[in-house]
Every structure is written in structure tokens, then in C-alpha cells.
Design a protein around this ligand. Structure first.
Ligand SMILES: CC(C)(COP(=O)(O)OP(=O)(O)OC[C@H]1O[C@@H](n2cnc3c(N)ncnc32)[C@H](O)[C@@H]1OP(=O)(O)O)[C@@H](O)C(=O)NCCC(=O)NCCS
Length: 440
């Protein structure tokens, strides 16, 4: 910071974050490398700051390099299958020793309170315990993973109590079974399950690289869970550790964690830069924005036109101009994503004949093949049933197959209500489909 004015401006800009974070639960996960590289001292200062601002912290540590050192001291080589350690009895001893020592070292660093250091005046209490229940991975495709486990349950109530008391909770990559066994777990699984169990506001992974990358190999600074999942279709593209962390980020977001951050552990102050500046420095993964389905209003007409005009141009839908849409707007339902109209459907009842026409079912191409057509169809069926309508018909030039797969049957133009037959465009030669809505 060049001058005092900059400092003042920066500190003031951090105020909303400080307000927002108070009382929130953050789960911070890091591999044993952070401690092995001597980076934990700087991280301790940042964690201390967060705690002093009222953030409830759960730290989850790994112990891979420390375990590896112990294995090699015994002349053994680690055994991994698909990136997961096969933990035999000796390896488990090494994991227990490594985790135990690391836990003590981390607690010691968090206990510092040297005057004239960022830790001055701090009095952090660290809580550890049997908060994680585990089960064995077992035999997978002929490989017996022995003491490698999966998380079975997190004692969220126990952790909450410690957090309420102002303590920092430290979770090792170990879990206990009801039969008294100890299992080796991955740091990412313990952290993700804990964050979900606690419904944490943030799950932060300290990673070896700056974050996830997009299709061009550039840092992806913000991703929705769906976008992250799409990137994972080509896992080879992602840095090695991100291949483990990104699926966890998607899972956490889908199960109630508000934000997941992947941050470069080599960058000093990455946690503070990510949390207290608007741009951030790593990859932020957020839950998918849910679609909104509602009755259309006149304000939706431009959005509706943007969806249907390209389909009219290619002949998939009949032409409806702005005036017609405005006149018939109450017939339409719109599907919105992040405020944008991405789909629609219309229902034209013929009450005297006890039937209704389903029309203008459309989803913008980039949002297709994810069940949205079905959502709109289900909605319009429910709408018709609520009106006491027992038969739905539609005219389609190209999408008959889609409707046929959803229980519609092709019929003759003569089966249409008389009023609709008169409007039938014989040049367009659309096919007519019907579906009975009667429930036997
Ligand atoms: C029909 C439409 C609304 C479906 O939207 P969607 O959000 O992709 O629908 P869903 O995700 O629920 O269904 C996708 C499935 O239908 C299949 N599908 C899409 N168009 C199809 C067609 N014309 N015929 C047969 N199947 C079709 C997809 O291949 C996919 O199948 P899969 O899940 O086995 O891969 C969309 O393709 C569209 O807007 N089409 C142009 C407008 C149109 O013709 N409307 C009907 C006239 S009223």
C-alpha cells in the first residue's frame, strides 16, 4: 500500500465483508504440504484474523507428505489406486503418527501470541475429538483398500457446540468406526462432508495451483456448480489436485454450502485477498441459480421474442408477432434463468370441448437437454388439469417424436375442436397430437 489514504480506503472497503462474515462458519481444508513447507505460520495469522472477526472456523488438514516420509523411513513405498491410498496396517500407523504430530504442530502455531506479531493478543482454543465416524472403502474392483475409509457421519452438533464456545475445531484425515477401528480418510472428503453437515457459508480448499481452468486453459475465477461439472467432463484439462477438489466443490454447493473457494496455497494472503476483495484470486464455485417458472407478463414480451423468433425463422414454430404476444400474454408461462427468459409454453383452453391446445413450447438451444422441456410440459399439464380439462392437443411440424415419447398420440385434423380446425394451416401440414389427461 503506497500511502495512508490507500490503506484507509482499503480498510473501509472491507467493512461489508467484516459485517457479513460475523457468525458464519467457514471450513478451511489444506494438505499436509502447507505445514511441511512452513506456510502455515502465515496462514495462522490470517485464520487468527478471521476468528477475531467472529468467523467460526473448522480446519481440516491432510497428512500425505508426512505419512510418505514415515513410510520411506521404514523402507516402504506408498500404494495408490486412482489417487487413493491403499492403507495397510503399517501405512495406518504412519498416518496416525503423522496426523497426531501435525495436529500438535498446528495447535502450537495457533497458540502463538507473541507481542508485535499478528498473533499478539490472540487466545485461540483448538478443539479436536472423535467428530468423524468412518466406514471402510472395502474391496473395489479387486483392490482391498484395508484401512482406507469413507466418511459415514459428522458429529455436527458436537462441532457446533465447540464453535459456540469460540473454539477452532481441527479435524484430521482420520475417522473412527463404531467397532473401534481407525480409518484413513481424504482431506477433501472430511472437509466437504463437514461443510455440508454444518451448512457452512464457505468451504475453502488450499490447492497446489491457482484454481480450475476453463476450456482455453485460463483460470476460471467464478463457476456455477453446473459449469464446474461441465468442465469436469474433460478432467485431463484440470490440474491434478483440482480433479479431486472440483467434484467436492460441486457436491458441497448442491448440498447447501453457499460458496466454495479453491485458492493457491503458494500465494501469501490468498485467503484474505479472496475474501476481502471483490475480484478474488482463485476459483469461486457457487450453487446453480434455480430456474423460475411463472405466468408471463407484458414485460416478458422482449424475452419471449428472443426465444421464439429464431425458432420461427427455422420453421419449428408458427409466427407470433409482438402484438399477438401482447394480446395473448396471459396464455403464456415463462421459464427464467438468472432473470433471462429461456423457455416458454402457452395453453389455449377450449372449455366447451373440454380440451386445450398446448402451443409454443420452446427452450433456448444453449439450455436444452437438461429436462427443462419436461418441466414446462409438466407445468402445462397441471395447469390444464386444474382447469378441469381432460384432453391436451398440439400441432407440431418437427417435434412430434418428442411428444410421442411423452404419451401423446398422433391423430387427424378432424379430431381438433371445430374452431381450431378452421385455423389449421394446410400448407404448413403440422401433425396433430393428443393426450388424455383423465386419471382412471
Ligand atoms: C422440444 C424442446 C422444447 C425440448 O426442450 P429440452 O429442454 O431440450 O427438453 P428435455 O431436456 O426435457 O428433453 C430433451 C430430450 O428430448 C430429445 N429431443 C429434443 N428434440 C427432439 C425432437 N425434435 N424429437 C425427439 N426428441 C427430441 C433430446 O434428444 C433429449 O433426449 P435425451 O434426454 O434422450 O438426450 C426443445 O427442443 C425446443 O425448444 N424445440 C424447438 C421448439 C419446438 O419444436 N417446440 C414444439 C412445438 S409446440
Amino acid at each position: 500500500m503506497k500511502n495512508s489514504q490507500e490503506f484507509v480506503a482499503w480498510f473501509r472497503a472491507a467493512t461489508p465483508y467484516i459485517h457479513g462474515f460475523r457468525g458464519q462458519t467457514f471450513v478451511v481444508a489444506f494438505g499436509g504440504e502447507v505445514v511441511a513447507d512452513g506456510k502455515f505460520v502465515a496462514l495462522t495469522h490470517d485464520l487468527n484474523l478471521l476468528q477475531s472477526l467472529g468467523v467460526r472456523l473448522v480446519l481440516v488438514h491432510g497428512a500425505r507428505p508426512q505419512t510418505e516420509t514415515r513410510l520411506s523411513q521404514r523402507g516402504l513405498t506408498p500404494h495408490y489406486v486412482d489417487g487413493i491410498r491403499v492403507t495397510d496396517g503399517v501405512a495406518l500407523d504412519c498416518v496416525i503418527e503423522a496426523s497426531g504430530t501435525l495436529g500438535v504442530e498446528i495447535s502450537a502455531l495457533l497458540s502463538m501470541g507473541i507481542a508485535e506479531s499478528p498473533m499478539a493478543g490472540s487466545a485461540i482454543r483448538v478443539a479436536t475429538g472423535n467428530f468423524v465416524t468412518a466406514r471402510p472403502v472395502g474391496v473395489v474392483e479387486g483392490v482391498d483398500f484395508q484401512y482406507t475409509g469413507r466418511v459415514r457421519k459428522i458429529d455436527a452438533v458436537g462441532i457446533e457446540r465447540r464453535l459456540e464456545d469460540g473454539e477452532i475445531v481441527l479435524l484430521p484425515p482420520l475417522g473412527y468406526s463404531p467397532t473401534g477401528e481407525i480409518y484413513n480418510l481424504t482431506v477433501e472428503e472430511v472437509a466437504t462432508t463437514a461443510a455440508v453437515a454444518l451448512q457452512a457459508a464457505k468451504l475453502i480448499f488450499l490447492t497446489d495451483t491457482p484454481g480450475a481452468v476453463n476450456a482455453h486453459g485460463e483460470l476460471a475465477s467464478a463457476l456455477s456448480a453446473q459449469q464446474a461439472e461441465n468442465l469436469l467432463q474433460d478432467t485431463e484439462q484440470q490440474p491434478e489436485d483440482i480433479r479431486f477438489y472440483l467434484p467436492c466443490a460441486v457436491r458441497a454447493c448442491r448440498q447447501g454450502v453457499a460458496r466454495v473457494h479453491l485458492l493457491d496455497r503458494h500465494r501469501d494472503g490468498a485467503v484474505l485477498l479472496e475474501l476481502f476483495t471483490s475480484d478474488g484470486v482463485g476459483t469461486l464455485v457457487t450453487p446453480d441459480i434455480p430456474d423460475v417458472l411463472r405466468a408471463a407478463t407484458l414485460e416478458d414480451v422482449p424475452g419471449l421474442l428472443a426465444v421464439i423468433e429464431p425458432l420461427e425463422a427455422e420453421g419449428a414454430l408458427v409466427k407470433r408477432d409482438r402484438v399477438l404476444l401482447e394480446t395473448e400474454i396471459e396464455r403464456f408461462t415463462v421459464l427464467l434463468h438468472d432473470g433471462r427468459v429461456i423457455g416458454c409454453v402457452a395453453l389455449y383452453p377450449y372449455p366447451e370441448e373440454g380440451c386445450a391446445e398446448l402451443a409454443c413450447l420452446a427452450v433456448t438451444p444453449e439450455f436444452r437437454n437438461r429436462g427443462r422441456g419436461d418441466v414446462l410440459l409438466r407445468h402445462v399439464v397441471e395447469q390444464a388439469q386444474a382447469l378441469g380439462i381432460n384432453q391436451l392437443f398440439l400441432l407440431s411440424a418437427r417435434t412430434g417424436q418428442w411428444f410421442a415419447e411423452r404419451g401423446f398420440e398422433e391423430t387427424e385434423v378432424s379430431a381438433l375442436p371445430a374452431g381450431r380446425q378452421q385455423l389449421y394451416n394446410y400448407r404448413r401440414r403440422s401433425k396433430v397430437f393428443v393426450k388424455s389427461l383423465r386419471t382412471e
